[in-house]
Design a protein around this ligand. Structure first.
Ligand code: Q9C
Ligand code: ZN
Length: 339
């Protein structure tokens, strides 16, 4: 398995976020990069840094004003009087707003969904570099069959114009659009992170050329709350091309793998030219913020089933938080995919 990673990933290091009103150590820590990197290296995979394809593949799925905001915010922080050592706000735009503010602090609330995505000194370098990993994996998958992008921070909660849920740039969406453009054909995304891939769904909801499928914990009392229900099936040209497979909290390998199989059946019927797997490992039983109980054998089983689909496949890292099972589950997934 070819693995694309960048040391810039560790330059985004959020300290804390508000969990139910209480500041806690941020779960999406920079050390996730070193842990996932060591797991990939020890698994005997071929590690490489990606080429730099610039902003075009990012702008292919993200709003240009949003991309400029992320790229410039830290360097413009002096425009926010009294700003802390990170850029974050407590005032968020809502759908009924009447103005688009031009000041930087107003822009933060316009482009941010929650308190989990502070922008710090190295944030742009990290999210830019990790998006390039997604592009490289998409290209390599079309050339050689499959590849893994060690993306950190994750991406699937980022919409075209908003951060959220630890995510800034939607790496899986960037990989999918890259594969679609390069292959000339439709592509599919299978998201198996424990959280619904709401940003990815939002980006492709009205598109007829990208099928989005997500297997996740029921969002009715779990992040991201406002999307991820089975009745969200796409709209316009994308009608019928979004499938959500929510599972009750506590679900383990058997129902989770059955949902993965159901998603793969929908994908096979779509006949895509490529597949992006949004590989969250936070469905694991001992993940600190997950609510499903998937085992290492479950992750290996998912990888086998996905590999059997026989599609050019870019595997893009999403969530999965610090616990002893995190590296073991990555190793198991990649090994089973290659087997
Ligand atoms: N305070 C991923 O796994 N938790 N993201 C609540 C609002 C957010 C998880 C945030 C969990 C996001 C990529
Ligand atoms: Zn997640």
């Amino acid at each position: 398995m070819r693995v694309f990673h960048t040391a810039d990933s560790a330059r985004h290091d959020p300290e804390r976020y508000l969990r139910r009103g209480t500041p806690i150590p941020h779960p999406e820590q920079a050390s996730r990069y070193a842990i996932l990197h060591a797991a990939a290296r020890d698994g005997g995979h071929a590690l490489a840094e990606p080429a730099d394809h610039g902003l075009d593949p990012i702008r292919a799925v993200h709003d240009p004003g949003y991309v400029a905001f992320l790229a410039e915010a830290w360097d413009r922080r002096a425009e926010i009087p009294g700003i802390a050592d990170e850029i974050l706000t407590g005032s968020f735009a809502r759908p009924q707003m009447h103005r688009t503010p031009t000041g930087l602090l107003g822009r933060v609330g316009l482009y941010t969904a929650d308190t989990s995505t502070p922008i710090r000194a190295g944030t742009w370098a990290a999210v830019y570099g990790t998006a390039q990993c997604a592009v490289a994996a998409a290209d390599a998958a079309l050339e050689t069959g499959h590849a893994y992008a060690l993306c950190r921070p994750p991406g699937h909660h980022a919409y075209a114009d908003s951060t959220g849920g630890f995510c800034f740039l939607n790496n899986s969406a960037i990989a999918a659009e890259r594969m679609r453009a390069a292959s000339g054909g439709p592509v599919a995304i299978l998201d198996i992170d424990v959280h619904h891939g709401n940003g990815t769904q939002g980006i492709f909801y009205t598109r007829g050329d990208v099928l989005t499928v997500s297997v996740h914990a029921d969002p009715s009392d779990y992040f991201p709350f406002y999307a991820g229900y089975a009745d969200e099936i796409g709209a316009g040209a994308g009608a019928g091309l979004n499938r959500n497979l929510p599972l009750p909290p506590g679900s383990g390998d058997a129902p989770w793998l059955a949902a993965v199989e159901a998603g793969l059946a929908t994908i096979a019927a779509f006949k895509p030219r490529g597949l992006v797997v949004a590989l969250g490992l936070d469905a694991a039983a001992d993940d600190p913020i997950g609510v499903l109980t998937v085992t290492r054998a479950g992750f290996a089983g998912a990888a086998q089933r996905i590999a059997r689909a026989g599609l050019p496949t870019a595997i893009v890292q999403e969530g999965g938080y610090l616990c002893s099972a995190l590296p073991e589950n990555l190793t198991a997934f990649l090994a089973a995919f290659d087997a």
